[in-house]
Design a protein around this ligand. Structure first.
Ligand code: F6P
Length: 194
């Protein structure tokens, strides 16, 4: 059976400063992950005739996939990180201080809370539908390099997690989650590269 490899981008300059959203480049550590990810993927998919590499349209995922060669790359806007609207580029601390009501509402219902002029997790889950349809249709392996909220939603779909848990799923950086759909259900392996 064909595997689906899910990974967040390597550490970005925003991750380093605790800022959300934006379109930052990778940190030095993020660059190292990009190199390690490429050797992992080349080794793991060595015997495969075909496979594809999917990223978002944001620099941090495209840069994370740069060293992967030999397979076609596809950029999906639907894989872009949750749009934090007016909070884009802020730290959680800044949101808490300058918009305490917004901070509190999100804390109370992270699944349904929609950032002003941005998105909720429910919005994200909905826009991921075409990506999921296409993932299900693929016959060869796919490497998905995306973002925290996006990968929580994709992972929850394949592992059948309840909606309310999705925003709280642990999705660490520098870790590959390999999912295989077999007759015995879904099998999962994790590889921590950094
Ligand atoms: O902090 C990294 C990040 O990808 C942000 O860009 C995004 O807003 C956030 O994670 C999503 O995670 P949470 O829903 O827990 O705020």
């Amino acid at each position: 059976p064909r595997p689906i490899l899910l990974t967040r981008h390597g550490e970005s300059m925003f991750n380093l400063n605790g800022r959300i959203g934006g379109d930052p480049e990778l940190s030095a550590t993020g660059d190292i992950y990009a190199t390690k990810l490429a050797s992992f993927v080349h080794k793991r998919l060595k015997s495969q005739h075909s496979a594809s590499i999917w990223t978002s349209t944001l620099r941090r995922t495209i840069l994370t996939a740069t060293h992967i060669t030999g397979f076609p790359k596809v950029q999906w806007r639907a894989l872009d990180e949750i749009d934090a609207g007016i909070c884009d580029g802020m730290t959680y601390e800044e949101i808490k201080e300058t918009m305490p009501d917004e901070y509190q509402s999100r804390k109370l219902d992270k699944l349904r809370y929609r950032y002003p002029r941005g998105e909720s997790y429910l919005d994200v889950i909905q826009r991921l539908e075409p990506v999921i349809v296409e993932l299900e249709r693929q016959r060869s392996p796919v490497v998905v390099v995306a973002h925290q909220a996006i990968l929580r939603s994709l992972y929850a779909y394949f592992t059948d997690k309840p909606l309310d848990e999705i925003p709280h799923i642990e999705m660490p950086l520098h870790t590959i989650i390999e999912i295989q759909m077999g007759v015995a259900g879904v099998q999962e392996k994790r590889y921590k590269l950094l």
